[in-house]
Ligand binder design. Structure first.
Ligand SMILES: NC(=O)c1ccc[n+]([C@@H]2O[C@H](COP(=O)([O-])OP(=O)(O)OC[C@H]3O[C@@H](n4cnc5c(N)ncnc54)[C@H](O)[C@@H]3O)[C@@H](O)[C@H]2O)c1
Length: 343
């Protein structure tokens, strides 16, 4: 079997899961190298996954790795743009976690670099597109099962226990719109077949005032108008008491599609003296574990089959553009027209 040799950069919360998937669960890939600025993370992947080549410097990994074909980038978001550009310029295929970048200038720099290397496969990880339920909803829309979609409600909600981690994370992750709602923005573009052109974002730090000090929020709600006249309502929250709660509803002319509701851990329903209930999921990874595997398998197949993925860098740029507009709208407390950000 032809196999893809991968080097990974970023071995934090999510990078370790990618390292595990590539090592054990993607049959046509080898994890040949790993890079992190934290020694304990390099020790972790050496001990658990026996990764043969370890680097504290990304540039060194790109220069020295002769057997590597592709780079998987799971660093903090502020590093994504430069990491993608360096990898394509050094001749590697690239997979990078969402979002592409935190500002439009970096997105455009990446698009230009990628355009100069069309023979390299480049893929941005918007994992929800690889979840079986979201993919099924997209197929049903394409079949015309529920008519024409005109409104999407989409939310990204995390359990409150992760808020202390997020207070630190938002310094490199760009805040709640870039980190959470960027998924919902991409879904709105994907399901409604158009681009968001105008936004109005509201929100606040209702439970964790530390987010306000960082110019961020713990709960938000946003109204969006798309170029084709359809609508999106996006919600994000860091304060769920029962668990992770990603959920999307698509309203169409002949029916509705609802994905992820109730956000239950499994199919178990408990009936006892407290009533009738189901338990929630702890994290985004519990919800999207299978989708992350399908997604990295898809990247490996794309490279081996020399086929670019459906989602382009420009799609990822558009998601960052809207996240930037939502952030501006929230901070300035007024609606924002996307094209004004480009002028
Ligand atoms: N798709 C999703 O649902 C989802 C969920 C969580 C995280 N993410 C994305 O994954 C990325 C990583 O998130 P995380 O939660 O694992 O973060 P994390 O803070 O746990 O890990 C970040 C990693 O990047 C490494 N790093 C930072 N700068 C580096 C550099 N210059 N060279 C080498 N390594 C460097 C750190 O050492 C660490 O290993 C983020 O961009 C985030 O947006 C996506």
């Amino acid at each position: 079997m032809k196999k893809l040799n991968i080097g990974i950069v970023g071995l934090g919360r999510l990078g370790k899961e990618y390292a595990k998937n590539i090592t054990y669960l993607v049959p046509n890939a080898n994890l040949v190298a790993a890079c992190s600025i934290r020694k304990e993370e390099l020790d972790y992947v050496k001990d658990r996954y026996n990764v043969p080549n370890l680097y504290a410097s990304y540039e060194q990994m790109l220069e020295q790795q002769e057997e590597m074909d592709a780079v998987v980038i799971v660093t903090s978001t502020d590093q994504h743009a430069d990491a993608i550009i360096k990898a394509v310029q050094a001749g590697y295929h690239v997979f990078c976690e969402k979002p592409l970048a935190l500002n439009i200038e970096d997105c455009i720099r990446v698009e230009k670099a990628v355009a100069k290397h069309p023979d390299r496969i480049t893929m941005l990880g918007f994992v929800r597109r690889f979840d079986v339920s979201y993919a099924d909803a997209k197929a049903k829309i394409n079949e015309g099962l529920v008519g024409t979609p005109y409104l999407i409600h989409s939310q990204t909600i995390d359990k409150d226990t992760f808020a202390p981690f997020q207070i630190e994370f938002c310094t490199t992750g760009g805040g709640i719109f870039h980190d959470y709602n960027v998924h919902d923005i991409d879904l709105a573009h994907w399901f409604l077949g158009s681009r968001i052109q105008k936004v109005w974002a509201l929100g606040g730090a209702y439970r964790f005032p530390e987010f306000a000090l960082a110019g961020d929020a713990d709960n938000t709600s946003s109204m969006c108008e798309l170029e084709n006249g359809t609508m999106a309502v996006l919600t994000a929250s860091r304060t769920s008491s029962f668990g992770h709660n990603t959920c999307t509803e698509i309203f169409a002319t002949e029916g509705n599609l609802k994905i992820g509701d109730p956000p239950a851990k499994n199919m178990l329903q408990i009936s006892d003296k407290h009533g009738i209930r189901r338990e929630g999921m702890e994290t985004f990874f519990d919800r999207f574990q299978t989708a992350f595997l399908i997604q990295i398998q898809a990247f490996v197949n794309h490279v081996l089959e020399n086929k670019q993925p459906e989602l382009t860098m420009n799609n990822a740029t558009n998601a960052t553009l809207v996240a930037t507009a939502l952030t501006k709208s929230f901070k300035e407390k007024k609606p924002v027209i996307i094209s004004d950000l480009l002028s």
